[in-house]
Design a protein around this ligand. Sequence first.
Ligand SMILES: Nc1ncnc2c1ncn2[C@@H]1O[C@H](COP(=O)(O)OP(=O)(O)O)[C@@H](O)[C@H]1O
Ligand SMILES: [Mg+2]
Length: 263
Amino acid sequence: MALFRAESLAVTYSSSRGPVKALEGMDATLGQGEFLSVLGPSGCGKSTLLKVVAGLLKPSAGSVMLGGAPITGPRPDVGIVFQQPTLLPWQNALDNVLLPVRTLGLDLQAGREKAAALMRLVGLEKFSAHYPSELSGGMQQRVGIARSLVHDPALLLMDEPFAALDAMTREHMMMELQRIWMAAGKSVLFITHSIPEAVFLSDRIAVLSERPGRTIRELEIDLPRPRTLDTMADRRFADYCNELRSLFAAQFSDPVPHQVPHQ
Ligand SMILES: Nc1ncnc2c1ncn2[C@@H]1O[C@H](COP(=O)(O)OP(=O)(O)O)[C@@H](O)[C@H]1O
Ligand SMILES: [Mg+2]
């Protein structure tokens, strides 16, 4: 059974220049334990979709169901990682991870143990007492990931979590996220505009059209796990990337190059 299902979803913003249709006729499903990427160009409505699933934004039309119930507001069984780590600068890393435990009024002692375990999971056990300003961008983002998992949500929503990172940190973080996902057994809705990132991480990719966004293609990524740096040199990895690039080149007004150069 699908954990999450959006049907004929539409979101129209009202702005000073008139209504802006961000999503229209958008369909998507996410299976239990599945890693789904939503891939699309800038401005096509990806963050809008994430906000709807997070219960932060009400759709103008269509239905969104999570665990068989309509989404009516933020829910404790959802964890969110935003593009920026959004940590509280005056709290150390461990206290930042504990934030959802405090806001949801969960047991603090159990929360502390879970937070410490998650700091280990994201490879930051030695940095619990560090403040955000003492951590690199990649480390802060990993604290954000630990925070999104501390209340043990069934669904993890990630909005371009690595977009602000440099290329090397980004590759490292993709490996980390795959490891965390495989260990924690969550369902993930991962938003990105990076084709290689989507292919590397996903079980399935939903490709969105330009605004107003709707799903124009779904692609299963049949590559063995755990995926490694070698995966990125695999012929099939390049084939998936090329297939998606061709799709973008055919669909969008600002096409990207058709072929990946061979290394
Ligand atoms: N609060 C808002 N008011 C008006 N327009 C908005 C608002 N938020 C987003 N938009 C517009 O909706 C479209 C989709 O935005 P967004 O979901 O953030 O796209 P993406 O995340 O894919 O870059 C964009 O054209 C954006 O300018
Ligand atoms: Mg966005």
